[in-house]
Design a protein around this ligand. Sequence first.
Ligand code: TRP
Length: 432
Amino acid sequence: MTTRVLTGVTTTGTPHLGNYVGAIRPAIAASYQDGTEGFFFLADFHALVKCDDPARVARSRLEMAAIWLAAGLDPERVTIYRQSDIPEITELNWLLTCVTAKGLMNRAHAYKASTDINEAAGEETDHGITMGLFCYPVLMTADILMFNAHQVPVGRDQAQHLEMARDIAQRFNYLFGQGKELFVLPEAKISDEIALLPGLDGRKMSKSYDNTIPLFQGGAKGLQEAIAKIVTDSRMPGEAKDPDSNSLITLYAAFANAEETAAFRAELVAGLGWGVAKRRLFERIEQEIGPMRERYEALIANPEKIEATLQKGAAKARAIAAPFLATLRQAVGLGSFTAVPISSNTVEIAKSTLPIFKQYREADGQFYFKLNAADGRLLLQSQGFEHGKDAGQWVSRLKQDGGALVDAPIQLADGISREEVIAALALFQTAE
Ligand code: TRP
């Protein structure tokens, strides 16, 4: 079976060398692996969450497309498309929104970071927060589930979004799959490398530190000028250098093999001047980046060529998305009137398979609750509470929102997974 690998980039900024080494290059390399089927897309709907400057979004999505193609992504081999060209994704987004617990979104790191800032500033909790930001993880889930991706390479900051995607997929499968897995549960492939490339000042290369090296902007000259700004000490040529006192070696290593890097390091120790060393680094990077820059510039000068490539990609993607969406519509009850009706007693089935909470008091005088599956298996067991009311409150919280499980003072029964319990709890919300 082929493994589907899917990843998206938000089209707001312009990638720098750190993005190239950390994300673009490894993703392209992975796309040439046998047994994988790649999906790459420009997350331009996500861009609208972060940016309300149309010119910037438009520019960024064109540049991103050109960069990926120039860097070697092969549109014949992988499916490359713009998110906004696939209407099925936004439709799926709604189907998923309807099974996503609001409480799950409340716990999203990106949303919480914004509310924390507001609270610290004495503003209202949700000041300046759009529904786009709040629901961002659902749209991302739709991106992934639309193509039933097995693996999603992302940075560590996106790990929680993948957890959420799995939760949502599981809930949907449980509610509408009638025993079948409609959605594959996607796995995050976390790459810590993304954070590793240092910038001019030795800290992680990042726009927010203003220490980046541009990928193509400014041409070879721009690259050379940025490299000249790498912070070094004032040792003179001939004096022994500490190769680890700045980011030169790490940057070099990202473009050279171990042997070459070791030789460069030895030369620095032997007294190579910083100026010459920077020249070497520039040449090394330019060797890889230069030909790409040429392709990039040719592409940018011919936007109609990129447009045609993306249109083709969209057609390929929709050939998969459209029939799958039809299945999903059918599963939730939105199929054609002439299609074979699916059983009308889904809700009754759900009721008869509802798990059961039991609250009780032990000889120690404490109050407890436990949850049994409809088939009688023990799913979880609470800790003791001094007051029965507290146990009761947890029971109703869990019934309302399975996501509350992460904070609940409970223990899962042996051999029971958190996913299984969340899926069971989801039934309480649909059974009303
Ligand atoms: N949220 C991702 C980011 O900011 C971009 C993204 C959107 C994405 N949809 C996705 C990544 C689906 C992987 C899969 O980096």
